[in-house]
Design a protein around this ligand. Structure first.
Ligand code: SF4
Length: 64
């Protein structure tokens, strides 16, 4: 499961640019996960988005 630590997110848009199928923005301009069902061919982009987030705000919880 992916979630955004909104205390850290600065709304830079990098995650949304990398993976618009999964990341969007909330009304405050901060990232939100819009789709937990990551397409199978986009798994690498999830890791890329996590690694590229400048504030380490994208959290992937391991339990599912
Ligand atoms: Fe927020 Fe990180 Fe996404 Fe930028 S890359 S919008 S800081 S979660």
């Amino acid at each position: 499961m992916l979630r955004i630590n909104k205390d850290n997110c600065i709304g830079c848009g990098a995650c949304q640019a990398t993976l618009p199928e999964v990341f969007g923005f909330d009304d405050d301009g901060l990232a939100e996960v819009i789709n937990q069902d990551v397409p199978a061919d986009k798994i690498d982009e999830v890791a890329e988005a996590i690694n590229d987030c400048p504030t380490a705000a994208i959290v992937q919880e391991k339990n599912d």
